[in-house]
Design a protein around this ligand. Sequence first.
Ligand code: 4NP
Length: 584
Amino acid sequence: MSMDITNKIRILETIIKIPYYMVIGYTHGRLIYYSTIEGITNIWSLDVESKVKRRLTREPISQVAEPKPDSPYVIYTRDVTKGKEHHKIYYVDSKGREEKLLIDTPSMRIFSIAFDSEKIVFTGATTKDMALYIGKWNGSWEKVQKLSTLTFVADVNDKYIVGHGTLKNNPKTLEIFIYDMETGIMKIYTPREGSVNKEPKLMGTKVLFESNFKGKNRLYIYDINEGTLSEVKYRFKDYDIFDPIEHVNYGWTKDGRIWVIGEREGRSKLFIDGKEVKTPQGFINNAVIVEDKAYVSLSSLREPHRILEVDLKTNNINVVIDNKLPKEIEERIGEVKFIRYKSFDGLEIPTFIIESYLVSKPGPTIIYVHGGPWSEVVDAWNRVIVSLVASGYHVIAPNFRGSTGYGEEFRTLDIGDPGGGDLMDIVYARKWAIENGLADKIAIMGYSYGGYMTYLALGKYPHLWSCGIAGAGIVDWEEMYVLSDAIFRKFIETLFASKRELLRERSPIAYVEKVKAPLCIIHPQNDTRTPLKPVLKYMSKLLEQGKTFEVHIIPDMGHRILTVEDALRVLLPTIMFLEKYMKP
Ligand code: 4NP
């Protein structure tokens, strides 16, 4: 099947219009979920009786607090600065009345939020500091505690606020905090020094959280009053048999059982009291349990997101929101494989391979480097990967050291070494793709941390790549540090384990002279996570040195891709550039 560029553009348009779904919560007879069905990341509600859907928000939204059954309102943040990520807090009735501004916060990045029916708690960062705030329904707000580490709220009730963070200032560990609103005291809790503990959920005085303090990541309950800790035990065995490595989400059902989404090798399953809720293979990104129904949003690399209603008594599945893949896209997506290859030091790197039916093997191949870096490619719908595959490229997507999904030891291997071992893993992914008959020529691309790795790979290993595409990338850690707000300064300190001397050595701008392959730079104008300014310097060096490159600065856009138009502005230049530089 040959394909000209106009055809590729038409296919791309079809792919990026395919909606994303994720269930968020339930309140007053309505399932609350994310959807991009009308081209914008929005909150929707579904009346579970009548199955009537309603769009609750108009403009793109940033973050939603998990709805609570006793309040009919949905609380969320929205960027009011054209992508600079300064947020205000809004609410909307789940029945779909008018959206209203709830808290007119001073200019800050709100990076976590939770609420109960009385109050909204959130963490915010300015250039100066990070802090924990409490907001009220009358619109007032109060800064209750300054934060000096990466700290996120996860839940709140009438007495406590809980969350997690690098509270002991050890970049490799996470501790739980319990803030008592009566006394104003924030307690730090860890079951063992050096362990990773996260995502606490409250029920009265009980805190449910994930910890690796005994080795494997498992769920535990800490009782605040008793000061006791117990491991969650399940009535059914399916959870233990599945033996998850990490957990996507979990919580209590109304009658006090534990539900949990366990993850292993990029796929996830839902368990209630240890019993598997049978759903199609893929990745469940969230679940909401309402009485004897489970609402599950899931997808795979070959099937876009759907929302299923599973009857927990009969195991019957009712597709409440379907998402049919057009046949011409389906026909292009080839085999999906999960493999592990050995990197330079013998470490096994879990990797997804997605073949394209449009080209033979070996054929033109893209290494897709995910962002984060504490993130991963799973067996879930991924519009970037699918766009590449449907345009006629095989994709290899390594979960390089530092990725999530494979345990805390693996996740923290990049701390103190970003752009070191993880970059070598990318080089070895290329080696694997060539030696195993997948690739004849290879491009590298990524967004954010993946853009950083792309720049660094092109500068440090210039002979390996046919071309590279860096979206919202990092070129200069030193300058970026100076331009960052308090949370991103802390993020950089954590990632580098405070090794200041590494900032320059690991910056792509130090290797720009060596770049050989054509480079496509795509960068949002108003990005405040990976700012444009250092990239402008990098571009002028490329120009001075006569390198082949093209640049797309996306006006009035920030780091996050929140609309179909944003996605098109990133992916259209990508496809055009590959068309030119990956020609046989
Ligand atoms: P991400 O972007 O890949 O989208 O998470 C990043 C932004 C900042 C940093 C790393 C990644 N940082 O180290 O500051």
